[in-house]
Ligand binder design. Sequence first.
Ligand code: NIG
Ligand code: FE
Length: 422
Amino acid sequence: MPAEKKATLLIKNIGQLVTMAGPVPRIGDQLCDIGIIEHGGIAAAGNEILRVGESDDVEGHSPLAEGCTVIDAAGAVVTPGLIDPHTHPVFSMTREKEFEMRLQGKSYMEIANAGGGIRASVRDLRTTPRQQLMEKTTERLDRMLRYGVTTIEAKSGYGLSTESEIKQLEVIRDLNQTHPIDMVPTFLGAHEIPDEYRNNRNGYIELIIDEMIPKVVEQHLAEFSDIFTEEGVYDIPESRKIQQAADDAGLKLKFHADELKSVGGAELAAEMKAVSADHLVYISEAGIKALASSGTVAVLLPGTTFSLAGKQYAPARKMIEEGVVVALSTDCNPGSSYSESLPFMVTLAALELKMTAAEAISAVTVNAACAINREGVIGQLQPGMSADMVVWNMADYRELPYHYAVNLVAKVIKAGKLVVNN
Ligand code: NIG
Ligand code: FE
């Protein structure tokens, strides 16, 4: 018989252990079941969860390795580490000027068409030294970790040249080796049309298809390909063409879809069997039905609507009723949503998307894992899965949306190691 694994981490006396055991993904009413064990305990060996159950039971059945970290949660809530499935974290220059311009009445698209927006970030990123990008991105990852996030999806999309897109993806790759947060990389060469191709969009699309995608795939720099499918950016035929090339090259698909206008982005994402379609503020009825039947995850980004001072939020209730898989994310980026706080998105989900605390927690754990192709590995606390978890300064999980704009994280455990101890 193989020797029994000894625990290197034990958390006991957990008031509510939110395991997320149960269906993957969660749809409809299933979102409300977050698999709570009262007075729970959890043991892990390295990055592997060994035992999940009642505190006394787990403690009694888990032989401890020498130097085992034992945490007495003293009645606190423990959840899986949060997963942020849509971020643009690699940039240096911030765009607070544009935030003020919007408050004075200019729209996001007016600023973009005047040469600001994504293209302004691109001009800056191209001349920013790699080391500076590493430092700025690290600061953001540190902030995310302190707010309970243990895995993110991270996009390129501020390079828009082969060299600068690869530079961003290499920053993600390198930080993935050293930072506790795990990053799932996404190629977003089709984020905008860069300045030098404004009069030759087809030339830029060819560059993406013939040069960028092959290089990114050859160097294993991305798992996903994303695109900004929007009026004035990439239309439906262009999006289909670029994403077909990415799919043919072996990348999985994501879409920025129906963020500012209803253009059929959700329908295209479903047709192309994308893993996720994101934003969806202006999704059509047909788009909702299409996502429900394709199983494409709807990643909702209420922080973007909030920060753009939008009046209309994504129709989350309608999507949940229709059986769409719903996840939540920050969209952390310098333009439309500069926040690293996924817990704040849980508050916005409650207030603006009318989701309950349990639904929102499902959307930042198990369903967020599905949005980045990591189901069965993270997003649940189950034997054999990764030991990523958060001990919260709260006794009831419903405090998470309710007690807002403060950091309720007490401890973060990533891959079985204590990495944040507030
Ligand atoms: O998800 N919509 C496109 N991309 C980002 C915004 C990027 C930017 O403004 O820099 C978004 O909102
Ligand atoms: Fe985005």
